[in-house]
Write a protein that binds this ligand. Structure first.
Ligand code: ADP
Length: 396
């Protein structure tokens, strides 16, 4: 079976094309500047990449170009577009409607539309990707995989906000959580590596990238997670503040004359590591500056480490213990210093990493110190593969 995985943004469309017999990525790429000109990059393993400025007036034309490259005589990997068996779409917000992936039909599209107020930037873009594929490949089944779905198992005490109840009832204001596909993938892989069913484990998964979140996965189900109604809550991130006193929004708004939504935009795009370091929202740049002696970069990193530790401690308390800790995504998979610093001081709760195992690179592994009560793992996340696997499961 061949599956195309699509991650559509407002002016971009990322894709990966899988052979599900061996889970191999046959091709991947991105269409950018859709509606503002257009640029496409298409890569096939072992071949020179195709890259060109091409006219991309809308997402349908972008999808047509993806299919054109997949079937191209020099850059392609299949002989005709009939070999695309199904399409899996990443969808940001499924609200409280979806606790799993869904084959797309009119009802699912209507429900994704209803969730637009909860994901105003992403859901419309995800819908454009879905509609474009329906237009170009009307007979190919399509599946929606939601970033929020895994977190739908949270109990009420985890997902409710202690604010007037009518906001929950009328507007669905509650915690939803994100990166669900990643937390689901790495927690399942962790249970496999641990050698016990997920149903018998308490796992804390740390997805640390540009956007970062932690999930408490108890007996195979999400029990709590650090992102909220939107991805702004929780850890210090590249450009997001993470949790702060919500009154800060009102005070900044009064002092600067900016509207609440302008302040929230600053909390999303101009805060986090970028704001504290004054240098960059990219963890590598902040690390380099910290190591070169920059004080603000140092505080930025210390704040990040502390926000991760605080969340791990809190989730272990909520679950009544922890058996395994997982680090994943750009920072979590690649930075041994961060993993060491997060683990330092958590010996009291059974967490300790072995410096030699921690220093290794590349493969999924157990980095726990000998005799540590909690096992710590580094696991590469693969959201696209998880989307492809769900799509295969629901359409085969
Ligand atoms: P996204 O949330 O956009 O998917 P990623 O998971 O790709 O992000 O993570 C991006 C972050 O990972 C950046 O802050 C980057 O600095 C960091 N990162 C990537 N590679 C490394 C590395 N080798 N060492 C440390 N940090 C890294």
């Amino acid at each position: 079976m061949h599956i195309l995985v699509i991650n559509a943004g407002s002016s971009s469309l990322k894709y990966q094309f899988f052979n599900m017999d061996n889970h191999e990525v046959l091709a991947k790429g991105i269409c950018e500047r859709i509606g503002f000109g257009g640029h496409m990059r298409h890569q096939v393993a072992g071949k020179v990449a195709y890259e060109a400025d091409i006219e991309l007036p809308d997402h349908s034309v972008a999808v047509e170009n993806v299919l054109k490259q997949l079937t191209d005589s020099s850059y392609g990997v299949i002989s005709d577009m009939g070999m695309v068996d199904a399409v899996g779409h990443r969808v940001l917000h499924g609200g409280a409607k979806f606790s799993g992936s869904m084959v797309i039909n009119d009802d699912v599209i209507a429900a994704i539309e209803e969730c637009i107020p909860l994901g105003p930037l992403h859901n419309p873009a995800n819908l454009m990707g879905i509609r474009a594929c329906q237009q170009v490949m009307p007979n190919v089944p399509q599946v929606a995989v939601f970033d929020t779905a895994f977190h739908q198992s949270m109990p009420e005490q985890s997902y409710m906000y202690a604010i007037p109840y009518e906001y929950y009832e009328q507007y669905g204001i509650r915690k939803y959580g994100f990166h669900g596909t990643s937390h689901r993938y790495v927690s399942a892989r962790c249970a496999e590596m641990f050698g016990k069913p997920a149903e018998e484990l308490k796992i804390i998964t740390c997805h640390l990238g540009n956007g970062s979140s932690v999930a408490a996965v108890k007996n195979g189900k999400c029990y709590d997670t650090s992102m909220g109604l939107t991805p702004l809550d929780g850890l210090v991130m590249g450009t997001r503040s993470g949790s702060i006193d919500p009154a800060v929004v009102g005070v900044i708004s009064e002092r600067t004359g900016k509207s609440a939504s302008e302040v929230v935009d600053i909390l999303n795009k101009k805060s986090g590591l970028l704001a504290i370091s004054g240098i960059s929202g990219d963890y590598r740049d902040v690390s380099a500056a910290d190591e070169a002696g920059d004080h603000r970069a140092h505080i930025a990193r210390e704040m990040l480490f502390q926000s991760i530790k605080r969340t791990i401690g809190g989730y272990a308390a909520e679950m009544g213990g922890v058996d395994a800790l997982v680090f994943t995504a750009g920072i979590g998979e690649n930075n041994d210093y961060l993993r060491q610093r997060v683990a330092d001081g958590l010996e009291f709760m059974g967490i300790a990493v072995d410096p030699a195992k921690n220093a290794g690179r590349g493969e999924d592994r157990d980095i726990s110190a000998e005799g540590a009560r909690v096992r710590t793992f580094v696991i590469s996340t693969d959201e696209e593969l998880m989307i492809a696997m769900d799509t295969e499961e629901l359409t085969k």
